[in-house]
Design a binder for this molecule. Structure first.
Ligand code: TXA
Ligand code: MG
Length: 356
């Protein structure tokens, strides 16, 4: 049985959080909100508890997890040979949506790091995540709290949709504020590499570590791979998704055309796009009489990419719930949070990307 514990992030019930923290410390599985997405937590130094995460998610054992800490003062309990850049980055971005890859201490079980000698570490800023980690007093391994390959959860109901019955407790603290996962920066290579774009922009990281680079900027090279696990089918709704990248004008022409073809072949089509794209698309769909078989879902706007990030995983799940056969998604190219959105949609599309 999964217990749902509702906690108001603006008015923390510390007695309840302490009670939940005991379950975590004793080897239980607790899903909790962070500022990025919901995490599925277990005591990181308890290999049996960590094994339960893999079983609950259906996650391959080759996919390492992020270790969450209450504060930077606990860093040396899980990492060693911490370079000065890590301290500078922690001072600038923790608590927050940045994960640092560092050399791991032997106390961290191999199951957490998928056998790597490095460990991903993050200090989340969400008040519930912080209070829970503080009360637990132990490092907490937590991947996103979805079944493997499904869109990450940004609300407690998404966690329950995927994991009801297989986790002990879900803390319902409402919707997460960023909506896409943390940026992963590998500090064990030179120059430091962003292996997954996320909540913190590379341009902001470069203010602290000027030589940091993204995987896509580097020449093809073994060291320049995305983070392990990121190569697998990921963030995907059930319906196959195609991503359209470009300006509104080009995208809306191409999208309308492809919607018409799909509808003509009898498919129910989901369109996930920024407000401006939906406005440009509406008259084109009406003109071909396709509106009735198309479910449109607004994902933020081209002007407000933070809103698009918040909407992203929720709209992917909502389109699945509407039973569409295919999803056509649009997103503008860009840096910062845009890079994270395009990254997630590209993975969901498994390579079906149309540039207009
Ligand atoms: O925002 C987030 O990062 C969320 C919240 C819950 O903190 N967590 C999250 O975890 O996104 P997850 O498991 O869905 O993604 C963790 C990814 C792994 O798939 C892997 O790519 C990378 O982090 N990772 C973890 N440890 C690593 C390591 N030692 N070296 C390289 N990549 C690592
Ligand atoms: Mg994940």
């Amino acid at each position: 049985m999964t217990r749902v514990v509702v906690i108001d992030p603006q008015d923390l019930d510390l007695a309840r959080i302490r009670e939940v923290a005991t379950v975590l410390r004793d080897g239980g599985l607790v899903a909790f909100p962070t500022e990025t997405v919901y995490g599925l937590g277990a005591h990181a130094l308890n290999a049996l508890a960590v094994a339960r995460i893999f079983a609950a998610k259906g996650r391959p054992e080759t996919d390492p997890m992020i270790v969450h800490l209450a504060g930077v003062d606990r860093l040396d309990t899980v990492a060693r040979n911490v370079p000065p850049a890590a301290r500078d980055l922690a001072a600038a971005f923790w608590p927050g949506a940045l994960t640092l890859i560092l050399e791991k201490r032997p106390a961290v079980p191999e199951a957490v790091t998928a056998g790597l000698h490095t460990v991903g570490i993050r200090v989340p800023s969400h008040p519930i995540a912080h209070a829970l980690l503080d009360a637990a007093g132990v490092p907490v391994a937590a991947p996103s709290a979805n079944r493997f390959s499904r869109p990450s959860p940004t609300r407690a109901e998404h966690v329950l949709a995927d994991l009801d019955g297989v986790v002990d407790i879900v803390i319902d603290g409402g919707a997460t504020t960023i909506g896409v996962e943390s940026t992963i920066l590998d500090l064990t290579v030179t120059p430091p590499l962003v292996r997954r774009p996320g909540g913190v922009a590379l341009s902001e990281i470069r203010r602290v570590v000027p030589d940091a680079m993204s995987v896509s900027e580097t020449m093809p090279h073994e060291r320049a791979q995305p983070a392990p696990g990121q190569l697998l089918r990921h963030y995907a709704p059930r319906a196959p998704l195609t991503l359209y990248v470009g300006e509104v004008a080009g995208v809306s022409v191409r999208l309308a055309n492809d919607v018409r073809t799909a509808v003509a072949s009898g498919q129910r089509v989901g369109v996930l796009a920024p407000e401006e794209d939906l406005l440009a698309l509406a008259p084109r769909l009406a003109a071909v009489g396709a509106s009735g078989r198309v479910v449109t879902m607004r994902c933020g706007s081209r002007r407000d990419r933070d809103a698009a990030a918040r909407d992203l995983f929720q709209t992917l799940r909502a389109l699945d719930a509407r039973g569409v056969d295919v999803i056509l998604a649009s997103a503008p190219e860009g840096d910062g949070i845009n890079a994270a959105i395009v990254d997630r949609l590209t993975r969901a599309a498994e390579g079906r990307v149309v540039r207009t």
